[in-house]
Design a binder for this molecule. Structure first.
Ligand SMILES: [Zn+2]
Length: 196
């Protein structure tokens, strides 16, 4: 399991497969190229993530060892940080999503020249919370712990969306002030709602 996962991620990081997701025209941004170069230059696994909730609460979690082994304590801290914003219900977040978020943050931090946190607008949602959000999909991946709505200032949502594509996100929703990233099948959309 560990080795097959390693080879999968390794292939994504080091080969032209990085370009597997055709960037929508709107995402034709130099950030994508800078992200690819940054991740290729860095190599290896992302092992940590810096995430801040809108309330200001934040976590800096080491979620994996350099050899690729997952660190339960870090994953638990992250899953708590990504808990439902209304009920505080927390579930184990999907590790592929954490992988994508960590690569986005690592790559954009490299591009920026210093670490930039991910500002989390929405992570896990209970069905009740999801139903209360205007514009949220009825079968939202947030309810499966497979999606996050994020901002990463000073990067624009369009730049974060481009970074998400490079990092291997499946679904990418571009909104005026944030980006939805998930690890379901590849798709792209623009949203106008307050919650995606
Ligand atoms: Zn979303």
């Amino acid at each position: 399991m560990a080795s097959s996962r390693r080879s999968l991620i390794g292939a994504v990081v080091t080969s032209p497969l990085l370009a597997f997701l055709p960037a929508p025209p709107a995402l034709a941004d130099s950030i994508a190229g800078e992200m690819r170069r940054a991740l290729e230059a860095r190599g290896g696994w992302p092992t940590a993530i810096w995430l801040r909730r809108q309330s200001g609460e934040e976590v800096f979690a080491d979620f994996r060892r350099p050899d690729g082994a997952w660190l339960t304590a870090g994953l638990s801290a992250l899953s708590w940080a990504m808990r439902d914003y209304r009920s505080n219900a927390a579930v184990a977040m999907n590790t592929a999503l954490i992988e994508v978020l960590a690569r986005v943050q690592t790559g954009l931090s490299q591009v920026h020249g210093s670490a930039v946190p991910i500002i989390l607008q929405s992570g896990y949602r209970t069905p009740e919370s999801n139903a209360a959000i205007e514009g949220a999909a009825r079968n939202s991946r947030h309810m499966m712990a497979q999606a996050a709505d994020v901002r990463i200032p000073p990067f624009t949502p369009q730049q974060v969306a481009a970074a998400g594509a490079v990092a291997g996100a499946g679904g990418i929703g571009l909104y005026a002030t944030f980006v939805h990233l998930d690890v379901a099948r590849e798709r792209f959309w623009r949203g106008a709602a307050a919650g995606g």
